[in-house]
Design a protein around this ligand. Structure first.
Ligand code: C2E
Ligand code: MG
Ligand code: MG
Ligand code: MG
Length: 289
């Protein structure tokens, strides 16, 4: 009896595993077709100046509208895309689409695009960026690439060459999720960054974690020494903003200001933003008079 039950259990697991493997293969296959099938969309989240509260630009964040599973978040499919090589096609599409959208915004607004380490490994990043800029007509200095520290694991020398070439186009480079990766402070001296983005886990802990607070102060001091602007990610409430403002953080991004939005909603957002900041400047003019 026990033997029979054991056998059944084994069959159950076997079929469950087989099922999972089939699901995964199916998802991998779907992901390879997602670009051609027009299933990817970009959402945009504002990045705000800490002093004026004006919107400086937007970060492009990809979503996958799967015909069966609905909206899939990037944390679920980007790792899969990286394992299967689909990331290069997706990355090229994201660059093109983000630049195309940004070209229709005001000239002062920038667009930040996340790039995967594989786009560097496969050597496609340079031509992808050049194509996206050429086809959209976007000025290079309005494009910011967000890279992560994982980029420095395999061949830092090769990476630094490409980063310099990208920068000579006029494109800016931000180091994303700073503080969570394979940080070696020596990279900050050797690599041509324009900006550090502090990971939201530190911002999250700022109120009740002395160590997180100290790390944030240190990162901001580092930013001043290296002449890099610093963006705090994942800002969700006014108290975090108060603390970060006192630490002279340059830029904010987070749900407190706005969740990521559809491209079509940016016009209305910018109008509200413009009226709000116009209101503030009028108020301070009145106060001065
Ligand atoms: P990231 O580049 O660090 O992007 C910030 C993430 O934090 C976004 O998640 C954003 O929606 C979320 N976020 C922003 N403000 C808040 C906040 O106040 N509270 C909380 N809880 N979350 C906040 P999302 O859109 O799910 O993206 C996750 C990650 O996926 C990104 O992290 C990025 O690493 C990756 N990703 C997104 N789009 C792309 C892409 O086009 N290409 C590549 N290679 N990776 C991408
Ligand atoms: Mg990012
Ligand atoms: Mg980040
Ligand atoms: Mg991230």
């Amino acid at each position: 009896e026990a033997k029979a039950a054991g056998k059944n259990t084994f069959c159950f697991f076997e079929s469950e595993m087989a099922q999972r493997l089939r699901d995964r293969h199916r998802l991998e296959y779907d992901l390879r077709c997602a670009v051609e099938r027009n299933e990817l969309v970009l959402n945009y989240q504002p990045i705000v100046d800490s002093r004026t509260r004006q919107t400086l630009g937007f970060e492009a964040l990809v979503r996958w509208e799967h015909p069966l599973h609905g909206r899939v978040q990037p944390d679920h499919f980007i790792p899969l895309a990286e394992q299967t090589g689909a990331i290069c096609g997706i990355g090229a599409w994201v660059l093109r689409e983000a630049c195309r959208n940004a070209a229709s915004w005001g000239d002062h607004l920038t667009v930040a695009v996340n790039v995967s380490v594989d786009q560097f490994r496969h050597g496609t990043i340079m031509t992808d960026v050049e194509d996206a800029l050429a086809s959209s007509g976007l000025a290079a200095d309005r494009l910011e690439l967000e890279i992560t520290e994982s980029l420095f694991i395999d061949d830092p020398e090769a990476v630094v060459t490409v980063l310099h070439r990208l920068r000579s186009l006029g494109v800016r480079i931000a180091l994303d999720d700073f503080g969570t990766g394979y940080s070696s402070l020596s990279y900050l001296r050797k690599f041509p960054f324009d900006k550090l983005k502090i990971d939201r886990s530190f911002v999250n802990a700022i109120k009740d974690d002395r160590i997180a607070h100290g790390i944030l102060e240190t990162i901001l001091a580092l930013g001043r020494v290296l002449d890099l602007s610093v963006t705090a990610e994942g800002v969700e409430d006014a108290e975090q903003i108060d603390i970060l403002t006192r630490m002279t953080c340059n830029q904010f991004q987070g749900y407190y200001f706005s969740r990521p939005m559809e491209a079509a909603d940016l016009g209305a957002y910018l109008l509200r933003d413009f009226c709000a900041t116009a209101e503030t400047s009028r108020a301070s003019c009145v106060a001065l008079a």
